[in-house]
Design a binder for this molecule. Structure first.
Ligand code: GSH
Length: 243
């Protein structure tokens, strides 16, 4: 692997200049930060000092990227329009900003032949400092006995009103010790609030109350709420009612 003289700041700056106006956020991390918290079977097969970037969608993505994408493509017969829209914008940004550079782009919806996800999105978000991944062991003296509770990420500005969309692996960019691992903001700091968060997420995630565990600066618009609370099979019919 060649050592690149491209700085992390310039990579993030370029990506941000393409993606932020579309409602995405980007956060850098080192592959080693990610691999060090996972079992070997989940490791990314890249060196520890290789640069990765996690891409999130914020509430603005729906109006700033998705609705214009639908308008341009026409929604007739389009399956997985959200995934297609994210892929379109992220892959265009990568090829426009880094022509000729080897970048392995992995999306949240992609699986390996083993049926494992291509990357663990919540772990990537946590180690990059983008969002705190609250898991069962983060609750001292946990009240659930043997019951398995799924963890959930909380963004300091958007609470649960965001989604983790992609991981970019810059195969030829080696980052040195000057890149310091940021701690994600621990915005749900008390035991009581962490219990509430995990219970809201595990027992009634469909009412979306877990998303408001911290006061969000922006949430999904009514249109976006209607879209995501409609089952994918019914979304086409909903879109038609929007004209
Ligand atoms: N695969 C379908 C598509 O591409 O249209 C469905 C996509 C979808 O609804 N994804 C969910 C989503 O974006 C799960 S990641 N939800 C937004 C959220 O939960 O905040």
């Amino acid at each position: 692997m060649a050592t690149s003289n491209v700085s992390v700041d310039s990579i993030i700056g370029l990506l941000d200049s393409c993606l932020s106006e579309l409602g995405f956020e980007v956060y850098p991390l080192k592959v080693g930060w990610y691999n060090s918290v996972l079992l070997p079977s989940f490791h990314l097969a890249f060196p520890d000092d290789c640069l990765a970037v996690v891409v999130l969608s914020t509430p603005a993505m729906f109006e700033q990227a998705f609705l214009p994408f639908l308008k341009e493509k026409g929604c007739q017969g389009l399956s997985d329009p959200i995934d297609l829209c994210v892929k379109h914008h992220v892959s265009s940004a990568v090829s426009q900003c880094f022509p000729g550079q080897k970048v392995d782009v992995r999306y949240d919806y992609e699986m390996l032949p083993s049926r494992k996800p291509k990357f663990l999105a919540q772990t990537a978000a946590h180690v990059s400092g983008a969002a705190f991944y609250y898991r069962q062991p983060d609750v001292p003296d946990q009240p659930w006995g043997d019951k398995k509770m799924f963890g959930v990420c909380v963004h300091p500005k958007f609470g649960g009103w965001f989604a983790i969309r992609a991981l970019l692996l810059f195969e030829d960019v080696v980052v040195g010790s000057e890149m310091v691992k940021p701690d994600p903001v621990d915005c749900v700091s008390t035991r009581e609030d962490r219990i509430k968060l995990l219970e809201d997420f595990n027992f009634h995630w469909q009412d979306w109350s877990y998303r408001n565990i911290v006061p969000p600066v922006q949430t999904y618009s009514q249109k976006q709420r209607d879209y995501f609370s409609t089952s994918p099979a019914q979304r086409f019919a909903l879109l038609k009612t929007w004209g």
